[in-house]
Design a protein around this ligand. Structure first.
Ligand code: SF4
Length: 308
């Protein structure tokens, strides 16, 4: 037990020292503003860091705080979200902002459980905001962190989430949770790659099960194959041309580009989004619009469709 505790101490020291030298300079790490951190976490949910960086500054310029976001027409928020995609995130983010204004006096709650009760805030986002904005001692486990801890502590690239969550919580260095979580994310993103982990450059290496046991080439091949399959599966999923998601995206984009927000007549919208749109396609279009309306992304005014 003593040995394990000393090992953990050395691991933490090594990782934190590495982070102080090699951390990625991401804009949301330069702020303590909980709202800005929430915005970044929602944007990062399904979008790569490189695509989020320019939009993050622009969005905060347009909606600098919770009250401005809560007060804006939802259509403006959806417009400002372009081109990140997965537009429901924008609606949910504004929903959370409105909830905070109504129920928390305009201040984001500090605890994970209270954050999780906000609309559209899941366990990961709640942990990230609690840790990075409020300095709470909680683990923040994304796919990169899961891979690093899985390999280092269990010798597995894709360990069971619950097991890693428990280990991640146990590994947190007292008072340094934010740096520790960010460090593991950076190691996963820049050193402990899925295909070719660069163990010689990794601060975890002295304590890493995977490295100590000589990661088998066979395991890496399986990992690489699994990654390729996941990517292929993603490519064949919506939105490919002709899927519902594809047309939903086209509808929102069409409305977003419309000057003002008077809306677009139904038939005109159909012809704009689908080649050869005919009157018999109207029920199909209505079904798509119902789904978008339920998600808070469009509004119907009789025969006209607009952003909310
Ligand atoms: S030593 Fe290698 S396998 Fe272990 S965490 Fe670092 S890069 Fe990943």
């Amino acid at each position: 037990m003593q040995q394990r505790s000393e090992g953990n101490h050395a691991l933490r020291e090594g990782v934190l020292a590495w982070y102080s030298l090699h951390q990625r300079g991401l804009p949301w790490r330069a702020t303590q503003d909980p709202y800005a951190i929430l915005v970044s976490e929602v944007m990062l949910q399904q979008t790569q860091v490189s695509r989020v960086i320019p939009k993050y500054d622009e969005f905060l310029g347009r909606f600098p705080d919770l009250s401005s976001l809560a007060a804006a027409p939802t259509g403006e928020v959806i417009r400002a979200w372009s081109p990140l995609g997965y537009n429901r995130r924008a609606v949910r983010l504004q929903g959370a902002a409105r909830q905070v204004m109504a129920e928390h006096g305009g201040k984001l709650p500090r605890g994970v459980e209270a954050l999780r009760r906000l609309r559209g805030v899941g366990p990961y986002t709640a942990s990230a905001v609690a840790c990075f904005a409020f300095g709470q001692q909680v683990a923040v486990v994304d796919t990169n962190v899961r891979r690093v801890l899985g390999r280092a502590l269990l010798g597995e690239t894709r360990p069971p989430p619950q097991q890693v969550d428990r280990l991640a919580a146990e590994a947190l260095p007292l008072g340094r949770a934010a740096d520790w979580n960010q460090a593991l994310m950076d190691i996963g993103a820049t050193v402990c790659a899925v295909r070719q982990p660069r163990c010689q450059q990794c601060p975890v290496q002295p304590s890493c099960w995977w490295a100590a046991n000589g990661q088998s080439q066979a395991a890496l091949v399986v990992d690489a194959r699994a990654l390729a399959e996941r990517r292929a599966a993603y490519r064949t999923q919506p939105p490919f041309k002709g899927s519902s998601r594809y047309y939903r995206g086209r509808i929102v984009e069409r409305l977003r580009r419309r000057e003002g927000n008077r809306g677009v007549p139904l038939a005109e919208l159909g012809m704009a989004i689908k080649e050869g749109f005919a009157p018999q396609d109207t029920p199909w279009l209505e079904t798509l619009l119902q789904g978008l309306e339920q998600d808070g992304l469009v509004r119907r005014d009789g025969e006209r469709v607009r952003l909310p």
